[in-house]
Design a protein around this ligand. Sequence first.
Ligand SMILES: N[C@@H](CCC(=O)N[C@@H](CS)C(=O)NCC(=O)O)C(=O)O
Length: 217
Amino acid sequence: MSLKLYGYWRSSASYRVRIALHYKSLNFDYVPVHLVKDGGQQKADAYSGINPSMLVPTFVDDDEDIVLNQSLAIIEYLDEKYLDKPSLLPSHTLDKARVRALAQDIACDIQPISNLRILESLKSDFDANNEQTKAWCVKWIETGFKAIERRLATRAGKYCYGYEVTLADVCLIPQVYNAIRFNVEMQQFPLIQKIYNNCNELEAFKRAIPEAQIDAA
Ligand SMILES: N[C@@H](CCC(=O)N[C@@H](CS)C(=O)NCC(=O)O)C(=O)O
């Protein structure tokens, strides 16, 4: 078995897949793709050849000649392939839909708006300065977190959805890491903060944190 993850230490989408791989105790090679150095290594031919979207992460299973992009698709692939490992999705249809919805609240409605290339475009196409792009990120993270905090009031236990770690936690924790980087005032979101603390006590989450990666600056 030869699994490979192309990622970047601070990329929240890469962070999600790292958590899932560690949660399932799967060994993998981590291949850093620096999103800033050399004008962004994700745009170089060497990488865009395997991922034409020029985004990280990319997951490669060399033995089976499988290349996958999109963190949620990668995680669900791992979940279904390694059935002997702890699952990140509940088995009940409605529970599964609710966990996916929470995950997508983050992965579809928060993270893409503050992605690097969006911030670069705000600067180059619309003359936004650093303060303005930072305010942009804070605004959309807070908007998303307000809704998630309300949902968690009826769904959360120790983790986002009851007492088992799910895909929702795998998406939430990297987004909180980003929020803290942008100085979002987390006291507004006590449930999110509690789940962040609970998850970060787990080995899989500790091993996946950006600062623990070989490419951490
Ligand atoms: N929906 C994608 C998002 C991937 C994504 O946005 N990756 C970011 C890092 S978190 C990236 O590679 N950004 C590089 C850029 O914007 O040029 C996923 O979940 O995998």
